[in-house]
Design a protein around this ligand. Structure first.
Ligand code: DGI
Ligand code: FE
Ligand code: FE
Ligand code: FE
Length: 187
């Protein structure tokens, strides 16, 4: 299964994205082991989290329509947010993955959501801290991710929201809800 997914990924992802995927796999497996959750699930979710990332906006929207995927209007209108829902559906139909925890982790890896499961948190954070990421503060976030998953997550959401504000982008309500819930959980 893992090898079949990898060979498919190699064909559909450009080199840099594939390296990113392998980095997320490494980070996610490591965090899963650290926090005592299933390493096998983390590996599958990480491998497939950006499976639909290289489709065009038109292709993603067409896929959503053809397969009648449930998405809210503001998600549908935001290109960056479409590859999670589509990727989760492809994981199910192309690879027969029916584990809801894995599918949710793929589906929500870009925005997060209320009531995130540990696997979702790990995938969300691994996306930010994998070894190929390089931005101011990444080392501190890597460290924080291992000290306290929720604190790391809050930092991840804050970074995302700061970036969206700085670039005048729409902030999806799931991003805001997920961020606010971290504050409550940490209080
Ligand atoms: O697919 P990756 O590049 O590895 O990472 P990702 O899926 O976490 O994020 C993809 C992009 O989506 C990234 O530039 C940040 C952006 N994003 C995250 N949350 C939101 C968002 N964009 C908008 N407009 N609104 C959001 O709430
Ligand atoms: Fe992504
Ligand atoms: Fe992400
Ligand atoms: Fe990613």
């Amino acid at each position: 299964m893992i090898e079949r997914i990898k060979s498919r990924l190699k064909k559909r992802q450009p080199y840099g994205r594939y390296q990113h995927t392998l980095g997320v796999v490494k980070a996610a497996c490591d965090l899963a082991e650290h926090y005592g959750i299933s390493v096998d699930k983390a590996r599958l979710a990480a491998l497939l989290h950006d499976y639909a990332k290289d489709l065009t906006e038109h292709e993603l929207k067409k896929y959503i329509e053809v397969h009648k995927l449930e998405v809210d209007q503001s998600l549908y209108e935001t290109y960056e947010l479409l590859h999670g829902v589509v990727g989760a559906h492809m994981a199910k139909t192309e690879f027969g993955i029916h584990d809801e925890e894995i599918l949710q982790a793929i589906r929500y890896h870009t925005t997060g959501r209320l009531h995130m499961e540990p696997l979702e948190k790990i995938i969300y954070l691994s996306d930010f801290i994998e070894e190929n990421r390089n931005y101011p503060g990444v080392e501190a976030l890597r460290k924080l991710a291992y000290e306290d998953l929720d604190k790391g997550l809050l930092q991840g959401f804050n970074n995302t929201i700061r970036f969206l504000l700085a670039t005048d982008k729409v902030i999806h309500c799931n991003t805001v809800k997920a961020r606010n819930q971290r504050l409550k959980d940490l209080a």
